[in-house]
Design a protein around this ligand. Structure first.
Ligand code: WTA
Length: 659
């Protein structure tokens, strides 16, 4: 990310400042304010992780913290038992907080729904009873294909209650993407809804869900359809095994379902994410370790207290929403805000209006959003009283120092610390970031690894690099929130994450997240971005291979290569290079068909910013596509070495076509 973007109205005095201290007012109230915690974790590792587990109520206490007898298949708190829905709902009701607000939901049109912990308890129980009645049994995977409506967290918690792992599929994904995920998880149950609103328009979601269902190879036993649109709905008739959410809830009014006692290592959910192949990977998270880890990081990094009103503006369809809208905050008994719509509807001050309306204490968002806010200008936040804010956070991609400082000045009023949190779907929760009540902040650098996290920056042979040099990020000790495997694919799990730097003969297991990084003399880590074929568009992780296979699926396309090019707001944008079969023209119609092909296979988020038609792709003598060159062309950078190319003449031709 370059820092030459128009900085809008950033104050000159901040431009040069390289480090920031948290305000005393923040530190004095912070959940964690003693730096001794780093040492404490190191000295008592892995026992120190009981600190996280102690934030939960266990049905049966664990006697062991970590079982590492079968590396890298680690088990955390392995003989403990608990239930995630009990921890996120029941215990707060039992502890006298039943009338505290659990979820504040705001629809795009400004309508609101408020769920106290008691309300949530009732709805989760009733829906759990409904799921059971439909035939869902413990360990059946239930797919949730839903936008940002309260029924989504309710369904997640209902699944957790009966021990049925959920697999949430982002509502913006296409019908094909839904079918692929249901097939891969052998999921026979779907919860979805009629539609939702985007910038004032009602979208027909059920149509997409039905198309997806048609692509599920095995039978689907039941589908539940929540009603979001009411009279704006599209009037689809429900089929034989499709049930209206409201009818089921009526049938089960007042029902109670005992939370199922789950082993700590039992699966809580699956989350599909993109990797280097065309097939998305089903990341498996477990009940004890994941919940302990998200609760702990919500406590230590987001500084959440039960009294707080907290808002993470991510979508629950991604891991950020799972960990930091639903599980972490609710485990701590906090009020979590959910917003259905976009930040610029009806106007560009919508987020600031919501922060003012609910007096939000802690706000967590993505750098891509901050860059858009910066572009729009500070007049929008200035219309609102944001003084309730105490802490700000970012996640999903690197944040450039200018955007960091703008956020600090215009949203945080130079009083709120900012946590720039590096983590992944696979890590379950935050891994590298400052503790806001302890650490100095350095804009652009995520910070040191969290206590107990052994993250390092190494060279290709696995040796730590010197301060200031670029290398690869690794994690050299396990942690409770880590993925346990890829669903039904232990082999790929080892290949993708452990093969690069581990030495199994020496019993040394090193996790490789596929990110480049550098580290400074204070141990602060700056993330440089993915080093595999994954691109990050507006904080959304997309596999270039998935997009390429969508493009070659379009009639007339012979070959395709997709790379990420820099984009001022999105971070990266999709650049697609396509070679056509004889008899097809690279005209507007072809371009539209390619774009439509990508939208059908994945969704609008993967839409190419540019499609470049070319007679050939730059290839090495051994026939490998030189992606690095394609990236440099997309970024209009000076080109690196082209001497190893088989067809160097093609480079200039492609360059001339990029707009
Ligand atoms: C990137 C999202 C820099 C990184 C939680 C990682 C970041 C990928 C940051 C995971 C950050 C996430 N600074 N880069 N603070 N946070 N990333 O699985 O490349 O959707 O590997 O998880 O996002 O994306 P995922």
């Amino acid at each position: 990310m370059t820092d030459t973007d128009d900085d809008g109205d950033l104050e000159a005095r901040l431009v040069e400042q390289e480090s920031f201290e948290p305000a005393e007012e923040f530190v004095s109230q912070a959940n964690v304010s003693d730096e001794a915690i780093y040492e404490e974790f190191e000295e008592n590792w892995p026992h120190s992780w009981t600190r996280a587990a102690d934030l939960l109520d266990w049905e049966r206490e664990y006697s062991e913290v970590l079982d590492d007898s079968n590396e890298p298949f680690y088990e955390w708190f392995p003989d403990g038992t608990l239930n995630a829905s009990y921890n996120c709902v029941d215990r707060h009701v039992e502890n006298g907080d039943k009338n505290r607000v659990a979820i504040k939901w705001e629809g795009e049109h400004g309508e609101t729904r408020t769920y106290t912990y008691q309300d949530l308890y009732r709805e989760v129980n009733e829906f759990a009873a409904a799921l059971r009645d439909l035939g869902v049994e413990e360990d059946d995977v239930v797919t949730l294909y839903m936008p940002m409506v309260p029924e989504l967290p309710i369904a997640m918690l209902a699944c957790a209650r009966i021990g049925a792992p959920h697999s949430v599929v982002f509502a913006g994904f296409s019908a094909d993407a839904l079918a692929t995920r249901m097939n891969s998880a052998d999921s026979r149950y779907l919860v979805t809804c009629d539609g939702y609103y985007r910038r004032g328009d009602a979208l027909d979601h059920l149509q997409k869900a039905n198309e997806g269902l048609a692509g599920v190879d095995h039978g689907v036993d039941a589908t539940v359809v929540a009603d979001r649109l009411g009279d704006d709905g599209f009037g689809h008739d429900l089929k034989g095994n499709q049930h209206a959410w409201d009818d089921l809830m009526d049938d089960h009014q007042g029902d109670r379902v005992d939370p199922v006692e789950r082993n700590a290592e039992d699966m809580l959910f699956l989350m599909y994410t993109s990797g280097t192949t065309g097939q998305p990977k089903g990341v498996k998270h477990t009940t004890g370790g994941y919940l302990a880890y998200t609760a702990w990081t919500s406590h230590a990094v987001l500084d959440l207290e039960p009294e707080d009103t907290y808002w993470c503006s991510a979508d629950i369809g991604w891991i950020t929403g799972h960990s930091y809208i639903v599980y972490g905050p609710l485990a701590l008994g906090t009020t979590t805000v959910m917003y259905e719509g976009t930040p610029d509807f009806p106007e560009r001050d919508r987020l600031w209006e919501i922060i003012e309306k609910y007096a939000v204490d802690v706000f967590y968002t993505a750098p891509t959003a901050i860059r858009a806010f910066m572009k729009w200008g500070s007049q929008f936040p200035e219309r609102h009283d944001l003084s309730s804010l105490r802490l700000l956070g970012t996640v999903g991609e690197p944040i450039n120092p200018r955007a960091w400082k703008w956020y600090y000045q215009h949203i945080g009023n130079e009083e709120c610390p900012i946590v720039d949190t590096w983590w992944q779907t696979e890590t379950g929760g935050m891994m590298v970031t400052t503790l806001p009540g302890v650490c100095t902040m350095k804009p652009g650098s995520a910070g040191p690894p969290l206590p107990g996290i052994d993250a390092r920056v190494v060279d290709t042979s696995g040796d730590e690099v010197d301060a200031g040099r670029a290398g690869y990020l690794t994690v050299e000790k396990p942690w409770p929130g880590m993925l346990r495997t890829l669903y039904n694919n232990d082999e790929r799990f080892i290949e993708e994450y452990w093969a690069e730097y581990s030495d199994p003969d020496a019993d040394e297991w090193v996790y490789f997240p596929e990110d480049g990084a550098k580290i400074d003399e204070d141990g602060y880590i700056t993330i440089l971005g993915r080093v595999d074929d994954v691109i990050n568009v507006s904080g959304h992780r997309l596999g270039t291979m998935e997009i390429e296979s969508a493009i070659v699926g379009v009639e007339g396309v012979a070959e395709a290569a997709v790379v990420g090019g820099e984009h001022e707001v999105k971070g990266e944008a999709v650049y697609a290079y396509a070679i056509l079969e004889d008899g097809y023209d690279g005209d507007d119609e072809m371009r539209d068909r390619i774009v439509a092909g990508v939208e059908d296979a994945i969704g609008p988020i993967a839409r190419p910013q540019q499609v470049i038609f070319t007679p050939e792709l730059p290839k090495t003598r051994s026939g490998k596509i030189m992606r690095r060159l394609l990236e440099e062309i997309a970024n209009e950078e000076e080109l690196g070495d082209t001497t190893t190319l088989r067809n160097p003449e093609i480079v200039e031709e492609i360059q001339n076509k990029v707009e």
